[in-house]
Design a protein around this ligand. Structure first.
Ligand code: FE2
Length: 431
């Protein structure tokens, strides 16, 4: 029997080593040591880590790669200036340029082994250019990348009367999920009303919800409390995500513990965006400066599904980024003091299997019967992957190679030393 593809001698994230993965018809058909079969293509993983693809639980594909457009960048570094620059830019965005930027980002994502993205799309502008374009982009990239779109009223559900209708129009166009931004509504009461209205739309239509929630240093911003309540009241457990949740960082421990219990009991997922929030939050602090990331280890310990998002790349909110979810996990390890082996493995799961579950991706994972979607990294295990953020040597979607990157190996000219060094072969050295 000749299969489509076999990867030999892989290490898996669960610690198994020396594993062969056999692929036929776009699915895994065998995963075991020394699979006795031939294939049209064989890849030697040489003991390196084979992981399911990276998944970004929170992104803005309509804003990406707009850094500096209109001759302006975010000088203060604040979230407020980012939103102002975006609202100035938005009416001038053309469908063609927006499509080009979105596709260019998806190219970069595929090259980094990032094969599923939940992207918010701003529906504040009545033209709905972003939603129209991204629904087309979603279809176009579907062979190599799962794009899930969230109708996101960036300026607020109650910012103008047409927003409620814009959300319905965006859903009719093919946008998948319902978003919101309750902490940005004109009053806290209207924030709560927006959550009830938006969760109501999702409940009525059987949709997922993902709200930007409490993205502020203000410990009095407690909109997630209402999001947890509405999730329970409407029977939406497992279908709702609270994104950012930055105010949890600044709340007192007693209240935060109570709130985390409510979030866990409601089955509400949480998404932290450590790269963006490390620089957007704490901007009104002198010293000490707050980190801005929500309480990731505490939420995980309470049993919440916690994923990580990139949020922004080269846009009015974040001037860096390269579609690398290992950069995101690396920052989460630092901002959340998650340097234990278990903590780092949890951060790796937060950019792979946990967001896959939150997005509802089917047949995701390294298991027989799952889609043959995977990445071979120039690293031996998830902890080394976070440490090195190494080359994605081979990226495979449905059994087909979609991207390849040469390993990073440096040539050395040092007397009496080896002539090259591969960062993934240097680790702790014993006595
Ligand atoms: Fe966001």
């Amino acid at each position: 029997m000749s299969l489509d593809l076999i990867v030999r001698n892989a290490a898996l994230a669960d610690g198994r080593a020396g594993i062969d993965l056999a692929v036929e018809g776009g699915r895994f058909v065998a995963i075991a040591p020394a699979v006795a079969a031939a294939a049209r293509r064989e890849i030697d993983a040489a003991g390196r880590l084979v992981t399911p693809p990276f998944v970004d639980a929170h992104f803005h594909l309509d804003a990406t790669l707009t850094l500096g457009l209109g001759g302006k960048v975010n000088e203060s570094g604040t979230l407020a200036e980012g939103i102002r620059l975006w609202s100035e830019l938005q009416p001038h965005l053309t469908a063609e340029a927006l499509r080009e930027r979105a596709l260019a980002y998806c190219d970069l994502a595929a090259s980094q082994g990032l094969l599923a993205i939940r992207s918010h799309v701003d529906v504040s502008d009545d033209a709905l250019t972003g939603a129209e374009v991204l629904v087309e982009v979603k279809r176009q990239v579907a062979p190599y990348l799962d794009l899930q779109l969230v109708a996101f009223p960036q300026m607020g559900y109650f910012s103008k009367p047409s927003v409620a209708e814009n959300i319905r129009r965006a859903l009719a166009l093919g946008v998948d999920a319902v978003g919101g931004i309750p902490h940005l509504e004109p009053t806290a009461e209207l924030g709560r009303d927006s959550i009830a209205a938006l969760c109501g739309i999702a409940a009525e239509r059987g949709l997922l919800v993902d709200m930007h929630c409490d993205e502020t240093d203000d410990p009095a911003s407690r909109q997630v409390e209402t999001l947890a309540y509405e999730t329970r009241r409407l029977g939406l457990s497992g279908r709702v995500t609270g994104s950012h949740l930055c105010s949890l960082h600044s709340m007192d421990n007693f209240y935060a513990a109570r709130l985390i219990g409510q979030i866990a009991a409601a089955g509400l997922a949480a998404v932290a965006n450590p790269l963006a929030n490390m620089v957007l939050q704490g901007r009104f602090d002198s010293y000490p400066k707050r980190r801005g990331m929500t309480r990731v280890p505490e939420l995980m310990a309470a049993g919440c599904a916690v994923a990580l998002g990139h949020d922004s790349v080269l846009d009015p909110w974040y001037p860096l980024g390269r579609a690398d979810m290992l950069d995101v996990a690396h920052m989460a390890v630092h901002a959340g003091h998650m340097t234990s082996q278990a903590g780092m493995r949890a951060c790796f799961a937060a950019v792979t299997e946990t967001p896959a579950r939150i997005l509802g991706l089917e047949r995701y994972g390294i298991a027989v019967g799952c889609h043959a979607d995977f990445v071979i990294l120039q690293a031996r295990d998830p902890v080394e992957a976070i440490r090195l953020r190494p080359a994605r040597l081979v990226v495979v979607r449905r059994g087909r190679v979609v991207a390849e990157t040469a390993p990073a190996v440096s040539r050395l000219s040092l007397a009496g030393r080896p002539d090259s060094v591969d960062p993934a072969t240097i680790g702790a050295i014993g006595l």
